[in-house]
Design a protein around this ligand. Structure first.
Ligand code: GCO
Ligand code: MG
Length: 404
């Protein structure tokens, strides 16, 4: 069997997605997600101009060799663009191999280690009443674990918070020009514990609550927040400080028992090294799409398992259904599954990407279709052309750019 075609499809059914489709000489196809929110066309070029010419003629069954060939053969290793492109190839090859075997991908990864996958969804509100309505809406949709993000008194636009029902504002992650959000760490640190006290008083002690700090605190500020949130028993505090500085997590870890989740912006096991071996985190957040594919993410999760660290694969709406499906197959197979983020998709996205995975009663399952269980409808995709879009930027009151 040989790869005879590698095509990169870009569409925007509500938000931009980049999809690689590989075709073999006997007509089998495999899909891979190459979406990098805000820098999509960089990955398109990496695939079209540099990788695709190397794939035609290769044996699609040689997944590990192809991964090593693309990783080591490029010379310039790692980074979000490179690893999103490599991931798309990796997942497309696993899709093909599973289709040849006539099995859902998880069966090739060791079979099911569980019956279903606990999901978490996003609740947010500009204020507490709006937040409560959003939590109730997620509970009504079946979610059994909920990420909580709120507005902050004195700030106009904050990560993860958008007016209910406002379609344009609902998508701050995809704007024609970067939306400028504002930030005040002191106000955030004062306000956030009061939010979780209110949520616990309203929704009880058992509901798993997650919170994403989104890289914004210094180590000591993150330590303070982790300690202040201990009474509310969070499921985790995510990206509490920019984790390129791995020393920072050592300080935070020594100060608080609030569980820590890190890694959605990481694209290599080397980004995690000390965090895992020194047990400084509790969940690893990388997505199949941004970590180079199923092949390396499985290896990362096996390393994490040695340190009782669990998976929590990144799954917002900018991970396409192709990347989501690949994650669910891996989630089902590994022993140290933790939780799966699932924000859901627009109706147009569900139409363009027909998928076998399901979300029922708060749990996900990849389905039993051979391969990863996703097909892309080219005709429908063509009706949703790419439009350049940017993630927001974050500024302090004095205008200084801050981490978003
Ligand atoms: C999350 C992430 C997202 C990112 C987005 C960037 O935890 O889901 O932080 O909200 O901001 O994926 O493209
Ligand atoms: Mg996050």
């Amino acid at each position: 069997m040989k790869i005879v075609d590698a095509e990169v499809l870009v569409c925007r059914p509500g938000r931009n997605f980049v999809t690689l489709r590989l075709t073999t000489d006997d007509g089998l196809t495999g899909l891979g997600d190459a979406t990098l929110n805000g820098r999509e066309l960089a990955v398109v070029s990496y695939l079209r101009d540099h990788v695709a010419p190397l794939l035609t003629g290769r044996d699609p069954h040689r997944i590990e060799d192809t991964w090593q060939y693309l990783y080591r053969g490029a010379y310039w290793r790692r980074g979000p663009v490179t690893m999103a492109a490599v991931a798309a190839v990796d997942v497309a090859l696993w899709d093909i191999k599973a289709k040849v075997a006539g099995l859902p991908l998880y069966q090739l990864l060791g079979g099911a280690s569980r019956d279903r996958l606990l999901a978490y969804g996003h609740a947010n509100g500009r204020d507490i009443p709006e937040l409560f309505d959003s939590v109730r809406a997620r509970l009504a949709e079946g979610y059994r674990a909920i990420r909580v993000q709120t507005g902050i008194p004195g700030l106009n636009a904050v990560y993860g918070v958008h007016p209910p029902g406002d379609a344009a504002a609902r998508d701050p992650h995809q704007r024609a020009r970067p939306l400028v959000e504002d930030w005040d760490t002191a106000a955030y640190l004062r306000h956030t514990p009061t939010v979780f006290e209110a949520v616990r008083n309203e929704f009880g002690a058992e509901l798993p609550l997650l919170h994403d700090v989104h890289h914004r605190l210094t180590p000591i500020q993150a330590a303070r927040l982790g300690r202040d949130l201990e009474p509310y028993r969070l499921f985790w505090l995510e990206d509490c400080t920019p984790a390129e500085n791995q020393e920072a997590l050592r300080l935070v870890r020594s100060a608080t028992t609030t569980p820590l989740a890190v890694g959605e912006v990481f694209n290599s096991v080397h980004d995690y090294q000390g965090l895992i071996t020194e047990q400084l985190i509790d969940y690893v957040r990388s997505a199949v799409t941004h970590f180079g594919g199923v092949t390396p993410l499985r290896k990362l999760l096996d390393l994490a398992a040695l340190h009782q660290i669990k998976s929590a694969v990144h799954g917002p709406e900018d991970i396409s259904p192709v990347g989501m499906a690949a994650a669910l197959h891996l989630d089902l197979a590994v022993h140290n599954f933790g939780i799966q983020e699932f924000s859901g998709y627009s109706a147009a996205t569900h139409d363009v990407f027909r998928h076998a995975f399901t979300f029922t009663d708060g749990y996900l399952h990849p389905g039993e279709e051979a391969g990863i269980g996703v097909e892309l409808d080219d005709a429908l995709a063509a009706g949703h052309p790419y439009e350049r879009a940017y993630l927001p930027v974050n500024r302090l009151h004095d205008g200084t750019v801050h981490d978003w």
